[in-house]
Design a protein around this ligand. Structure first.
Ligand code: ZN
Length: 150
């Protein structure tokens, strides 16, 4: 089996009965993208488009799907990203990697609340007359800050 790295896309009204390998069939009418698994196993991958499923980006030339395609249900268990009509092969995330991702997320939140963003927040609250709330929120953040980062 040959892994596919380049894709072409077709905007279709209806999904054809037989799918060609290396082709993304995009049906805006049915809010779905269908393609044959890029590992070459022949399984048909259906990715519904919705706020809680996949998002499609079309830049006029190529298609990007978010998030990644994880075919856990197939025998091949392939996992890849479709970015600008090319397939970027991924590996399974280990528990350690998931933890690292979560830690990075926590750090981003810490920087958001402790950085210049916090000041903007306060001035906004002041101008709208929510002074009490702002003070309470800031006090809580300072308390958290001391507890977590001392
Ligand atoms: Zn496959």
């Amino acid at each position: 089996m040959k892994r596919i790295t380049k894709l072409t896309h077709k905007f279709v009204k209806f999904i054809p009965e037989t799918l060609e390998e290396g082709t993304l069939y995009v049906s805006m009418e049915h809010e779905v993208v269908i393609h044959k698994c890029c590992c070459g196993c022949g399984s048909e991958v259906v990715t519904p488009l919705s706020p809680t499923d996949w998002k499609l980006t079309f830049d006029g030339r190529s298609i990007t799907l978010y998030p990644s395609i994880g075919n856990w249900g197939f025998e091949c268990r392939s996992h890849y990203w479709i970015r600008a009509n090319s397939v970027q092969w991924s590996t399974l995330w280990s528990t350690g990697e998931i933890e690292a991702g979560r830690a990075a997320d926590r750090l981003a939140k810490k920087e958001y609340f402790g950085g210049p963003g916090a000041m903007d927040d306060r001035s906004k609250s002041e101008s709208s007359g929510c002074m009490d709330k702002a003070v309470t929120k800031e006090g809580l953040l300072q308390w958290l800050w001391k507890r977590l980062w001392r």
